[in-house]
Structures are given as C-alpha cells and as structure tokens.
Design a protein around this ligand. Structure first.
Ligand SMILES: Nc1ncnc2c1ncn2[C@@H]1O[C@H](COP(=O)(O)OP(=O)(O)OP(=O)(O)O)[C@@H](O)[C@H]1O
Ligand SMILES: [Mg+2]
Length: 191
C-alpha cells in the first residue's frame, strides 16, 4: 500500500490536481471530505465555522483499513490522518490569497470562512503541520497560474526522482506586503 498525500488550504486546487495525477499514475483518488460524509465519520457540525467536525480516530481507522491499494489521499487534513510509514510523498497545493478569495467566493462561502482560509494560506498552516511529520517527502506546488497539466508534470518529475522536491516556493506575507494587501487581508477586508 502506497499513499500520496495531497494537502493544502481549501480552494488551492487539491481535487482538480489529485484527479489528474491519479489518472496519470493509476492510483485510486480518495477525497477525505467525501469519505467522512459517506461513512458518517463526523462528530457534529460547527455552526460558527460552517464546517463538519471530523471524527479523526474513526477516519484514521478507515484509512488504515484500506487494503492493497495505491491511494492519493486528498484533503486539507490528509497530512494528519495518513499512516506516515506508507506515505511516499506529500504535495502541498498553494494559491495566491487574492486568487483564493475569488475561488472561495465563487463557491458561495461566507466571508468569515473565506477569511479563516485566507489566514491559513498566508500563515502556511498545512505546510507547517506537514513539516512536523514529513521532512524530505514534502513538495509544494503553486496552482495560482499554472494549469493542472503543468502541475501534474512537475509532480511527476518530483515523484520519479528526476527533480528534488522543494518547499518554500511561496512567501505570501512578503508578496502581499509588496502588493499592499497584507494588512487588508489580516483585517478581513477581502475585496
Ligand atoms: N491549476 C488551477 N488553475 C486554475 N484554477 C484551478 C486550478 N486548480 C483548481 N482550480 C479551481 O479552483 C477551485 C478549487 O479547486 P479544488 O476544488 O480542486 O480545490 P480543493 O483544494 O480541492 O478544495 P477543498 O479543500 O475545499 O476540497 C475550482 O473552481 C477549480 O476549478
Ligand atoms: Mg477538494
């Protein structure tokens, strides 16, 4: 059993990327959010954050019970629930917060939820969490202005060992400060 973990802030393009990569390398694509809902692996709904509370113990058990499959595990908590000993590579999808705001607005997310996700992207939350478990297996991919085909070909180069995986490809704090957007976004002004 081999896992490829695809994580990143909601809206960064994990599912679009995971589906394309799965097709290319013949892995099974597993959407963690869908799995939670399909198997009832939730402990309730957090009204304030407009999100389901995940049953992490049940979810880890469900993932471990997968048999003999090569799986792309896609979700913003995928790096927290995958069994590390079976993980071959962790891709972290990134997206410029301005573009991310557009994607999340298009989904109809409420402003507070967009703000929470924008802050998570600015502060590298998924990268920092994943770094605590995985070191040389991490690879960031910036989807801001790269078509999915390009992301997949970059990912394959890393996966096959032709290119060394890399982290630190984006620095949203410096970029947003340069663009005069940092303070606005921190305050939750998201136009
Ligand atoms: N490489 C890309 N270039 C341009 N747009 C993209 C790209 N990847 C994804 N998108 C767009 O961004 C939006 C979010 O993509 P996607 O659903 O894959 O995100 P996600 O990270 O899986 O989100 P979630 O964590 O909520 O499931 C979609 O509208 C999609 O069309
Ligand atoms: Mg998704």
């Amino acid at each position: 059993m081999v896992f490829i973990v695809v994580t990143g802030t909601p809206g960064t393009g994990k599912t679009v990327f995971s589906e394309a990569l799965a097709r290319e390398i013949g892995f099974t694509h597993l959407d963690v959010g869908k799995l939670c809902l399909d198997r009832g692996l939730t402990l309730g709904f957090d009204v304030e954050r407009q999100t389901y509370i995940v049953d992490m113990v049940g979810l880890r058990r469900a993932i471990r019970s997968l048999k003999d499959e090569d799986v792309i595990l896609d979700g913003h908590i995928a790096h927290l629930i995958a069994p590390p000993e079976y993980v071959k590579m962790v891709f972290i999808l990134r997206c410029h917060p301005r573009v991310l705001i557009g994607r999340l607005k298009a989904r109809g997310y409420p402003p507070e939820k967009i703000h929470e996700n924008v802050m998570a992207e600015i502060l590298d939350v998924c990268l920092v969490e994943a770094s605590e478990v995985y070191r040389d297996k991490l690879c960031e991919l910036d989807s801001t202005d790269k078509p999915v085909e390009r992301l997949v070909s970059d990912a394959l180069a890393f996966y096959r060992g032709d290119v060394k995986p890399r982290v630190g490809v984006v620095d949203w704090i410096s970029k947003l400060a340069e663009e005069g957007l940092l303070e606005k976004y921190i305050r939750g002004v998201l136009e």
